[in-house]
Design a protein around this ligand. Structure first.
Ligand SMILES: N[C@@H](CCC(=O)N[C@@H](CS)C(=O)NCC(=O)O)C(=O)O
Length: 227
């Protein structure tokens, strides 16, 4: 069975192995507690069937023996192998794809509406200003002094979200969306990075609200997390 490389919208991805008789279920590639927890939770919110493959950070091999670099050559999670065999990457895109598979669940506003752009505004803010604000804090090669400067900026960003959540239960208002899930995962990282949540009570309340959701609890348990 051979693996083909093809180019889709500028990114190069290995295509699913060609085997006419084989059908693919959706499969999420994840690392426990990483940003891939966000699509993992969303998969459970959708109720759609899926498989999980755990990726070893150092060796880039999966729990079922695949070389992860043949799935996503960039080597990071998450990646979602679709039923078609095609691979979709980038957390904020995967969660929108999943939400769009089950529109009745209203995990994302319909594409093309102003509300959808508002959702994308949140997802991009979380990905670029918050997620990538956390990333260096997990890097052992970065000094504590540099980390404290980076942390200050990140806490400012979290402070903005705290202010928004003072007036509404979810990021988009009264409607729970995939942006809440992504932000929940970010909040879950504050303990490991020693960011004090006491000055951010509305972020804390948002975390507690999401922590009760059955899909969130199930994903945390499946990844074996103590959060
Ligand atoms: N731009 C990517 C970033 C994903 C990312 O940072 N993944 C991290 C975990 S949160 C990862 O896989 N790191 C392992 C590595 O880079 O080796 C996205 O938004 O999905």
């Amino acid at each position: 069975m051979c693996i083909h490389i093809r180019k889709v919208s500028g990114l190069v991805f290995p295509q699913a192995p060609t085997s006419p008789e084989k059908e693919f279920a959706m499969k999420l590639y994840y690392m426990p507690g990483a940003c891939s927890l966000s699509p993992h939770i969303v998969l459970r919110e959708t109720g759609l069937p899926f498989d999980l493959a755990k990726v070893d950070r150092a060796s880039k091999t999966t729990s079922d023996g695949e070389n992860y670099l043949t799935v996503n050559p960039r080597g990071y999670v998450p990646s979602l192998r679709l039923d078609s065999g095609e691979v979709l990457t980038e957390a904020s895109i995967i969660v929108q794809y999943l939400a769009d598979q089950v529109p009745a669940k209203k995990l994302a506003p319909p594409a093309g509406t102003m509300e959808r752009y508002r959702l994308q505004e949140w997802l991009n803010l979380i990905a670029s200003e918050i997620h990538k604000g956390f990333s260096p804090l997990f890097n052992a090669a970065i000094s504590e002094q540099s980390k404290s400067v980076l942390k200050e900026r990140l806490v400012q960003r979290l402070g903005y979200v705290n202010d928004v959540l003072a007036g509404r239960p979810y990021l988009m208002g009264d409607q729970f969306t995939v942006a809440d899930v992504y932000f929940f995962v970010m909040t879950s990282w504050t303990a490991r990075t020693r960011i004090d949540l006491d000055p951010l009570p509305h972020v804390q309340a948002h975390y507690a609200l999401l922590r009760q959701r059955p899909a969130v609890r199930a994903a945390i348990e499946a990844e074996g997390l103590k959060i």
